[in-house]
Design a protein around this ligand. Sequence first.
Ligand code: FNR
Length: 185
Amino acid sequence: TPLKIVTLLGSLRKASYNGIVADTLPELAPAGVIIEALPSIRDIPLYDADLQQESGFPTRIEEIAQKIREADGVIIVTPEYNYSVPGGLKNAIDWISRLPEQPLAGKPVAIQTCSMGPVGGARCQYHLRQILVFLDAYVMNKPEFMGGVIQSKVDEQRGKLTDVATIEFLGKQLSVFADYIRRVG
Ligand code: FNR
């Protein structure tokens, strides 16, 4: 059976550069690997234990969690906000972390960040790794993908990643991640 990898997008906006990169991943998947986007984390209320007690988990969180449980691995594709993890992504992870049989525990995870700055979201990656340590996810160390100056590497009209070196690097990261999943998953 093929390996199934799901992508979790940390940006909420429609024209997201990270979204363009995430959308390109299925085409770059190595043989025997299927990559699918998780539902959007847009419109998820802020985590509030009272809300959880009164109304349970947001349907969207339940959907995302179920798809993570069924997947062999997760790729988090996200921008960096103020040198860290965007609040919307942190909030979604906070909700997911409160579910019984926490879905990220023991789950192979790869991180990709893209930003308009030259560092490509590197500082966000290390904060995200710290969060995932507490959740006991198995975050792959290398290769790290940091897509700097991403606006110069995509065709915004067509919503496509166009930079050849970036496409090649991502293809390589995906095949290393598939091997990683087979080893630790
Ligand atoms: C940013 N941006 C940004 N870029 C970066 O390289 N380092 C940073 O710390 C930040 N901080 C930051 C904070 C906030 C609140 C916003 C809105 C933006 C710029 C960011 O890279 C740019 O907006 C990207 O286009 C966001 O990714 P998406 O939405 O295109 O995927």
